[in-house]
Design a protein around this ligand. Structure first.
Ligand code: ZN
Length: 149
């Protein structure tokens, strides 16, 4: 990764961490889940409006570090208009990017690639994946709160 690209990625993360997109309640949500990352103290509540298997709206609330907030913000942007299985595939690609599984080429992650640098900080990977674990729970409508532990 070039230094310029790294700076650009950093800028996007800071921007989304400070001004998260899709932050707030979603009164007509069809799916929801709570996520908690005890390692860092990140908490979020994710709500989805799924119509005919397609995620029409995704919004979140909660408090967390810049990485968890930016990741949730970028995730909600990436989810809109996607089917549930497509969303899960995106999670698989995102997870592979962060854990560096060599057999997987995380293509077409789009803007989510700005979080690639997190893989150099193993303690922050759970901050970046919290929103996605919560998404998984929401799509499966698991009623128990999720934790990254
Ligand atoms: Zn965190």
């Amino acid at each position: 990764m070039t230094a310029d690209l790294r700076d650009l990625y950093q800028e996007v993360i800071v921007d989304h961490g400070r001004r998260p997109r899709n932050f707030g309640p979603l009164p007509d949500a069809s799916h929801q889940a709570e996520g908690f990352n005890p390692l860092c103290g990140d908490r979020l509540n994710l709500r989805l409006k799924v119509v005919d298997g397609v995620i029409e709206e995704a919004r979140f609330e909660g408090v967390g570090c810049a990485i968890s907030t930016a990741s949730a913000s970028l995730m909600t942007e990436a989810l809109k208009g996607r089917g549930a299985s497509e969303a899960e595939a995106l999670f698989a690609g995102f997870h592979a990017m962060l854990t560096g599984e060599p057999q997987v080429t995380p293509s077409s992650l789009g803007k989510l690639e700005v979080l690639a640098g997190v893989r150099e900080f193993p303690s922050r990977i759970k901050c970046a994946t919290l929103a996605w674990h919560t998404l998984h729970a929401a799509l499966h409508s698991e009623s128990q709160p999720v934790t990254t532990e």
